[in-house]
Design a protein around this ligand. Sequence first.
Ligand code: BG6
Length: 794
Amino acid sequence: MSVHSMIVLLLLVTLCAHGGKGEESAGAPRSGHVSVVIVGGTGDLAKKYLWQGFFELYVHQVGSGNTFSFYGGGLSPADAATPALFEILKAVSCSKDASEERCALLKEQFLRLARYRQLKTLEDYQALAEHIGRELQQEGITEAGRLFYLSLPAFAYVDVADKINRSCRPTGGPWLRVVLEKPFGHDIRSAEVLATQLEGSLKDEEMYRIDHYLGKQVVAKILPFRVENKKFLDPIWNKHHIERVEIVMKETLDVKGRISFYDQYGVIRDVLQNHLTEVMTLLMMRLPTNLSSSEEILQRKLQIFSSMLPLRKNQAVVGQYQAYQTTVQQETNKTKDHVSRTPTYAAVLAHIDEAQYEGVPILLISGKMLDERVGYARILFKNDVFCLQSRDGVHCKPKQIVFYFGHGSLQYPAVLVSKNLFRPVVTDSEWTEVTEHTDVNILGLPISDYYVQTPTEQKEAYSELISQIFAGCKNNFISTENLLASWGLWTPLLNSLAGTYPRIYPGGGDNRDLLDIRVNGKDVGYTREVVIISPEQMGATSANSFQVMQGNFRRADMVSAWPEELVERLAADIQKEAEAAVREGNVFHLAISGGSTPLALFHRLALHHFSFPWSHTHVWMVDERCVPLTEPESNFRGLHDHLLQHVRIPYFNIHPMPVQLNQRLCVEEDRGAALYEKEISGMVHGSSFHFVLLGVGYDGHTASLFPGGKADEVGEGLVALTESPLKPHQRMSLTFSAINRARTVALLVMGKGKHELISQLSRVSDKPDKWPVTGVKPADGRLVWYIDYDALLG
Ligand code: BG6
């Protein structure tokens, strides 16, 4: 980037950030009179941040040619609410550099311009509009625009937006801007409904959806920082250098007083879906060429959303602070036995499916009732230096960039770059380098090991955003597309977590390591297992119930254990067989089923069995759904994502089932089953797999051999097209004939849900047409059941 373009860029950023001309008001900004209406003007948010923000706007605009009226609106009649409003207004404060006299004068003027208005009915809004019109006429001034700030519960938005549209729209040129606070829906569907309803009253450019994190100085600095330091960051902003990204917002407070809202939302909807997601997109998006273009920034953000890998259930852990239930009972009319599963803590692991960030873990974490209040985004880089003796040397320490939003031990917002990375440039006059430090440690490094930048003047997020709304700068607001893309990412995870019980934590320092998490491949879990069932409670089994137990089931061998131990044992058994086969014939033929049960096994193999002879292993499919292999439903896709892509297996050794031929799926004439059979006969000695891994469905099916299946499934052929009662109906499957030629067949059954099935199977005789799994009887090989304690004992 040339120096000239850099200056232009910074100028644009500065203009947008400090209430100058925004791109939406291109050309000369229309100066004149501005009416500001805070609907909900005596509420909490207005009291804490909004009036202060509008006061600062007013102060900045004195002498600019703009004049103002301020209205605090509410449902109460004016005589009741006016005193409360004035109490709030009197509390606004001036910046440090204003003299006492000037401050008093400014406050007095501000107070004179403000008044309360009851805004309940359409007539109230009409009366307000008439009042504004009258004042403009009396004063003989032109109107610049009308700004409505809806500081209201979300259910009121549509109605109020409609009233504004019907009665308060300025005519003939002045702008209308309507500001909305989250929540913007509850999931993708409700967000779509709300967006459509609002579109009936307001144009997209008139709506300013606030995410106050985008007004935080450090968050707003992320993109400019990335641009200013592009030459240092470009070579390292990728998977080869980034170890992980952490976006964290910890709070010490509980949610007392907010339960009626909070209990319906929880921490993922309250914080992760919006604040933390926005920060993530700013960190990961491709840099826009023009930082002032809200359209370009939006497109870059949307690109990130479209490359996010879907968030699955095992990419999240949730918790709830212990006292939460009591507060729910106190603040709602719920009975004593009502149990809320709303999470107050969540840690989510995300990944971006782009070559630049492939495999880089992105953690989004937030919670109430934690040990400290702090917010930051940390980019931790890999450090390939080995320090033999000089462990205190700067090159031995963590390499990281921390965008420190505020609070915590540092107490001021800052961007910190560890000194073993680079010295960041400071080109923005509103930022300065801090060189005098108190003795404080930030994320594992003493502050003196960082280059630290901080804003010259600290500003409240709301004040920043209010001045941007006034300037018509939209890059720090949430557009409809952005909102829906974010809900599109979060809704499936929220749905899959709906039945999950959060881990209960005591709160504060007592949480100790209870909420610590570990990234395990693509999954995340708590580091500390909480054992809920004691061995005694388990009843019937051996004294030490955590051990693996061996026995018999349906006249075959059975191994049983807790899920983790069971999977560990099965993985070890497969490796043993693989090594024996490779010793004997230099090749191991493994046929694997689909479904969710084997996923834990795949992870175990990928993460613990580094000496597995993959280069001599051929992987075959036991069955496949008739969908393209790239679909999430495809068994091969599951196998690929959870195992194959993590191990070093030659491509030639992988044998997906040919369900898609001639651009169509599982058509008899395409003879896919015969093709696979030919491949097996050609490569596998005697068509006898060394190891076949099977599961059992609730209806007793195994592979894709279902109750009441067709004759060719039990005939001589090795592979058949079959029908499933479940979608997708069409399947391709190994037949009994193929399965029963195997040397070893393992039947893996896990989970409480399979207990009933196991009880039934223990009683029924061999009836493959009714209970297909009973048709699994290796002719010369061995059958072993692997059943976890949940399935075995319920
Ligand atoms: C709000 C959430 O959006 O952000 C609150 O609704 C949360 O639950 C707050 O406490 C945190 O904001 P900040 O600026 O204090 O980090």
